[in-house]
Write a protein that binds this ligand. Structure first.
Ligand code: HEM
Length: 400
């Protein structure tokens, strides 16, 4: 067996688009990731992706970003602002957990802090299970915890969420309610199309758990990275404060640049399902393919000689997206990309109708509320993982 590394942007893109390479990064995290969308391959993947994609259309994101999300953000932020100091990651996890629960289809009927705490603890456990390959803890211990968390998700949240949707679907099928009365989420789509695919109950629980962690973990970390990058940039380039005030698209550029430097998953892994020809040679099912997204996003040919530095003025030529390969490419391209990143503004884009993405919206709100690093409590790195993420990020704010 050989391990083949691909770290230029061109090679990494080609490998990620290859149809005969299956996902393998989550083989170690099978306790939660077995047969969820991200680990499926070929026709089975296409069938489920086409169905679930219905929830991730741009028009729906636009509505969500402008109507549902501002309320969720304000509700979540209020107690943090009242305190005048808070942990940015704690806030980011809470708000993005609600966001991904909305898209997955997990109801939170109580909407109490206790309910949020419970769901958050489950999501942390699912994230650890999914990224077991990068965990520094005993893997068997983590698996026991993940199985218990999946059972808790099912009894305390999923059973009621399924029952409510099945009831609505039955009424819809009898013609008593219209399409618009059905929830717009992945769970509803899956229950509505049960006849088209085999989705046993244990897999449905894993699919929901996968969504909760896929959306919240990556988004929360991206918020903390973008906040930090912006703080450091403005400390060295105070002249850009004015640009932030006057150019509504500049903050989104900063977020794109931060996405590029900190892909949520620094590598993607693939395994050939048959003998394949790849840049630089051939491979077969005994070989492990490592796509280095972190390195590809710092490829100097595309991003310039200062590619490993944060520079929101960087000129990145089309068709390369300003976030590089952070949301992947090819068959597994992230379904949440436009939701989190928004749309790249074209010439003459109108800020009143532009889709900025959830991360930019959150950073704008934090800036408006005077959020800044707490000088007495510097941020710390995330423990128990080799991934370069923040573990705590204390900030001060204006207050409510
Ligand atoms: C900044 C935030 C995010 C980043 C950096 C990110 C990154 C990624 C990447 C790199 C992949 C592809 C992995 C691979 O090819 O091996 C992916 C897939 C996926 N992402 Fe995201 N993601 C983010 C947010 C979200 C959100 C908010 C959601 C949902 C609400 C989401 C849902 C998904 C799904 C469902 C897939 C699997 C697609 C498939 O296999 O067909 N992501 N994401």
């Amino acid at each position: 067996m050989s391990v083949l590394h691909f770290s230029t942007y061109a090679d990494a893109s080609e490998v990620l688009r290859h149809k005969d390479l299956r996902q393998s990064l989550y083989d170690a995290g099978a306790v939660i990731m077995d047969q969820v969308l991200l680990t499926l391959h070929g026709d089975a993947h296409r069938l489920r992706r086409v169905l679930e994609f219905r929830v991730f259309r741009r028009d729906f994101f636009h509505r969500y970003e402008n109507t549902v999300f501002p309320r969720t953000m304000a509700e979540t932020l209020a107690p943090f602002l009242a305190a005048g100091h808070f942990d940015l990651l704690d806030f980011a996890y809470r708000v993005t957990m609600n966001l991904t629960a909305d898209f997955a289809g997990i109801d939170r009927p109580a909407r109490t802090p206790t309910e949020t705490e419970q769901l958050l603890a489950l999501v942390h456990c699912f994230s650890e299970g999914a990224t077991l390959v990068h965990s520094t803890r005993n893997k068997a211990d983590v698996e026991v915890e993940v199985r218990a968390a999946l059972a808790e998700l099912e009894t305390d949240f999923l059973q009621a969420s399924i029952a409510r949707r099945q009831n609505l679907l039955a009424r819809f099928n009898r013609g008593e309610i219209g399409e618009q009365a059905l929830p717009s989420d992945v769970l509803t789509v899956l229950l509505r199309n049960e006849d088209k695919m085999l989705l046993p109950p244990d897999l449905l629980v894993r699919e929901m758990a996968f969504y909760l962690q896929a959306g919240s973990h990556s988004t929360a970390n991206s918020i903390a990275h973008a906040f930090h990058d912006l703080v450091c940039w403005l400390a060295e380039h105070p002249e850009d404060e004015a640009r932030l005030q006057n150019d509504p698209f500049f903050l989104q550029r900063c977020v794109f640049e931060s996405f590029r430097l900190h892909p949520a998953s620094p590598v993607a892994w693939r395994r050939p399902v048959c003998p394949v020809s790849l840049p630089g040679g051939d491979a077969d099912d005994r070989d492990e393919i490592v796509v280095d997204l972190h390195a590809a996003n710092r490829d100097q040919h595309l991003f310039g000689t200062d590619a490993d530095r944060f520079n929101p003025h960087r000129d990145i030529k089309k068709p390369t997206p300003p976030w590089g390969l952070t949301f992947g490419t090819g068959p597994h391209l992230c379904l949440g990309r436009d939701l989190d990143g928004g749309v790249v503004p074209g010439d003459g884009a109108d800020p009143a109708t532009h889709q900025f993405g959830i991360v930019t919206r959150l950073l704008a709100e934090l800036r408006d509320r005077g959020a800044r690093p707490d000088p007495a409590n510097p941020p710390t790195s995330a423990p128990h993982t080799k991934r370069a993420n923040w573990g705590t990020y204390p900030v001060l704010s204006h207050g409510s």
